[in-house]
Design a protein around this ligand. Structure first.
Ligand SMILES: [Zn+2]
Length: 128
């Protein structure tokens, strides 16, 4: 079912509603926040780009980091794993190894010493 993006003209909130193609145009969309029918259709591509930015902002903002104990390798590892999952990207073997080591409690300094190529583009194959 395709999802359509609207903005509520009354409470100004973005609204996402799923309609079948048959329903769209026949069913009156209603704001789930304030029950207003005064919704304005948004342009899909712009909406997608904006929500992507918002997602990254939400991920990187201070509140996401404030709970993070930088002295705790496990916490850092879990944070990095969560971040890569939200990015929806495979960050590569090097990244995964660092996360595994952090989550097993190894300190970042020790990981850096064990993986001298860390961060070097193209160096990922050297320690395989
Ligand atoms: Zn509303």
């Amino acid at each position: 079912m395709p999802v359509y993006e609207f903005r509520c003209q009354d409470c100004r909130r973005p609204v996402r509603l799923a309609f079948t193609f048959a329903e769209y145009g026949k069913v009156q969309p209603v704001c789930p926040h304030c029950q207003s029918a005064n919704l304005k259709r948004r342009i899909g591509r712009v909406a997608v780009a904006k929500s992507e930015d918002a997602r990254l902002d939400a991920m990187m903002d201070d509140s996401a980091l404030s709970g993070l104990d930088e002295e705790d390798p496990k916490a850092i590892g879990q944070f990095m794993r969560k971040m890569s999952r939200e990015m929806g990207e495979d960050m590569g073997d090097e990244f995964n190894e660092v996360v595994d080591r952090l989550e097993s409690g190894e300190s970042p300094d020790s990981i850096e010493a064990a993986m001298p190529d860390l961060g070097n583009a193209g160096g990922a194959d050297d320690f395989m």
